[in-house]
Design a protein around this ligand. Structure first.
Ligand SMILES: [Zn+2]
Length: 459
């Protein structure tokens, strides 16, 4: 059970309606304007827009008596969730006036009275590969004992204690979240075409500038295609044609809001469609001002930039169905991270209309650059802005780039292994000093490479 569970669950997505003010919205959710403003990066509380999606953090203390939360998972609908609890969709919406029956959003929290959870659901749970988290949480109320809670949910003190790793059943705290066994199944009520046997989306809320993953399993050989943010998705399907993996890079200037992800699943005779609403939230990136070395200002001209980007896009939008990376990525140099991905940038006093598309590592010229994962060298070049540059294809639409190098030790087409020295840190191209600028592109979109150091996107 991940620690992030509670964070992910204690929020509601609210879409601003005509005539609403932030104060009204705050009152509706028993929270305050500052909390909502902070969670959504709102500077002026008088300026919210109709249709804008707001994340509403709900603190545990504000939860009602005996409420439980259902987090909307990929593939669920209001109807399927209502079925799951043996209630009508109307009843579910009555308990959740903020929900829109036609626009349910993955990751959205729905609130239910615990009293309706004393029965087993008639729906069979579907397995979600390795990612099955329970969706039911009971918050301990004043005066409750583990015994009382166990009785309420038709379970035993022992089962409750085991599931929640409670060593002393007499010690529980008010507002402590408890996972409830027995009513934890099923955690997902898929409302999807019959060919789909499993569906997971990770994370449930997408973040600007980060990578997300969709995994789909089918009960027979199928081919899958899809689209998100007007981009075609690349799908890596196993040899049996029954497991389909999609890596999605979320562009940094997407804008927070709800976007539709569509998938087409075809078995050769029929094609099924699946549509899901995905919430994209801000990555909370900061901003910085850059002063370039004298004599290099001409490198800021859009034509020079566009020409180089075009070249990179040509290479990094290709999809290689073979995967070379095997686990989390290593760091590209034994050097300190001096500038993180995503920072909004102004060059020589200009507007903040650019962003930092990689992570910078400072190092004395000559510091070795290491391949962070297995791959194949697909570009070795000297560019105006990026200087001596190398591109590595890691498969499945994942590429890494290394700019401003002093020396390059690899050749076009060469296979490289994780940890191999591929070049050295330098100051070629548009730089303020010697450093390695490291990029990762996923499905044609630059995203935060440090996420790949922290998380594994391998099966
Ligand atoms: Zn950089």
């Amino acid at each position: 059970m991940g620690k992030s569970l509670l964070n992910a669950q204690n929020q509601v997505v609210h879409v601003v309606q005509r005539g609403e003010t932030l104060m009204q919205i705050a009152e509706q959710y028993r929270t305050d304007m500052t909390t909502i403003a902070e969670a959504n990066g709102i500077r002026d509380i008088n300026r919210i827009n109709v249709g804008q999606s707001l994340i509403i953090p709900i603190s545990v203390a504000e939860m009602g008596q005996n409420q439980v939360i259902h987090i909307v998972r990929a593939g669920e609908s209001v109807q399927s969730i209502a079925n799951l609890y043996g209630i009508t969709p109307e009843k579910l919406l009555e308990m959740n006036p903020q929900a829109d029956v036609n626009n349910i959003i993955i990751g959205q929290s729905l609130y239910l009275d615990a009293s309706i959870l004393t029965r087993q659901s008639p729906i069979q749970p579907l397995s979600i590969g390795g990612n099955s988290e329970t969706s039911f949480i009971h918050f301990v109320q004043s005066g409750e004992t583990l015994f009382k809670i166990a009785q309420q949910y038709d379970t035993t003190v022992n089962d409750l204690a085991t599931l929640n790793q409670i060593s002393d059943p007499t010690l529980i705290m008010v507002n402590q979240p408890l996972l409830v066994p027995g009513v934890t199944l099923p955690e997902v009520a898929l409302d999807v075409p019959a060919i789909i046997t499993g569906l997971s989306i990770n994370p449930l809320l997408f973040v600007e500038g980060e990578t997300a993953q969709v995994v789909l399993t089918t009960n027979r050989t199928a081919s899958v295609s899809g689209e998100f943010l007007q981009r075609s998705l690349n799908v890596a399907t196993d040899t049996a044609g029954m497991t389909h993996r999609i890596l999605i890079g979320i562009p940094i200037f997407t804008g927070t809001g709800v976007y539709t992800l569509t998938l087409q699943i075809s078995d050769g005779t029929t094609t099924d469609n699946l549509t899901m609403n995905i919430q994209v939230i801000s990555g909370g990136y900061g901003q910085e001002t850059i002063q370039l070395m004298e004599g290099r200002e001409e490198l800021l001209t859009p034509a020079v930039e566009e020409e180089e980007l075009k070249l990179l896009r040509t290479v990094m939008t290709k999809f290689n169905p073979d995967r070379y990376f095997v686990s989390r990525f290593g760091l590209p140099a034994a050097a300190s991270l001096t500038s993180a991905f995503g920072t909004r940038r102004s060059y020589n006093g200009g507007a903040f209309d650019r962003f930092h598309s990689g992570a910078d590592f400072a190092g004395v010229p000559g510091t070795p650059i290491l391949a962070p994962a297995d791959g194949q060298v697909v570009m070795v070049d000297t560019l105006n802005i990026r200087g001596k540059a190398t591109l590595i294809d890691h498969g499945w639409g994942v590429y890494t780039g290394y700019w401003h190098q002093n020396e390059i030790y690899v050749q076009l087409g060469e296979r490289v292994q994780v940890g191999q020295v591929i070049g050295t840190i330098g100051s070629t191209g548009r730089v303020t000093g010697a450093h390695l600028h490291w990029e990762i592109w996923v499905n044609g979109v630059p995203t935060d490479p440090m996420q790949w150091v922290q998380e594994s996107f391998s099966p």
